[in-house]
Design a protein around this ligand. Structure first.
Ligand code: FES
Ligand code: FES
Length: 178
């Protein structure tokens, strides 16, 4: 058995020091070692997105990232994201649109959508679909999920109050209605 390796990272704002097997994946670390079960293991091949977590502000596949690679990093899971309240509006939209059934994919969907909301506030419906294409859902279908994200984009743009954002919001709502 390989020697354990010490890691020192911040998870959801809390400094965390542990010794892990070098082969331990980040999603196994947060679930097994820290008890943060919101990130799920689906395909374990980097395909489905259920294991999505944030490392230094960018989403990664937790099943393709080793815990030792996160040494010194800031990691955020769906638990931290929810507690911070950064995506309350998106989560509300998911509920309004019934964008989840079993919920297995939902944490990964929310993590991925959060990055979209921040990086592409004027995303079209087609761009939302493309962005979210790396996250699989086996029961809801994608329509309601895309609806929820488009609505959140539109609402955020509306509350930002700028002409450009409002225009993007209008376009997103229009496209959402197609
Ligand atoms: S479990 Fe990581 S992408 Fe599917
Ligand atoms: S809600 Fe069940 S897999 Fe997406």
């Amino acid at each position: 058995m390989a020697e354990l390796q010490g890691i020192d990272l911040t998870v959801n704002g809390q400094r965390t020091q542990r010794h892990v097997q070098p082969r331990t994946h980040l999603v196994d670390f947060v679930r097994g070692e820290l008890g943060l079960k919101g990130s799920h293991l689906g395909c374990e091949h980097g395909v489905c997105g259920a294991c999505t977590v944030e490392v230094n502000g960018k989403i990664v596949r937790g099943c393709l990232t080793l815990a030792v690679q996160a040494d010194g990093a800031r990691v955020r899971t769906i638990e931290g994201l929810s507690e911070d309240g950064d995506v309350r509006d998106l989560q509300d939209a998911f509920i309004r649109h019934a964008a989840l059934q079993c919920g297995f994919c939902t944490p990964g969907m929310v993590m991925a959508a959060k990055e979209l909301l921040e990086n592409k506030p004027d995303a079209s419906r087609a761009e939302v679909r493309e962005w979210m294409s790396g996250n699989y859902c086996r029961c809801t279908g994608y329509h309601a999920i895309v609806e929820a994200i488009c609505e959140t984009l539109a609402l955020r743009a509306g509350s930002a109050g700028s002409a450009g954002a409002a225009g993007a919001a209008g376009a997103a709502v229009k496209e959402a209605g197609q």
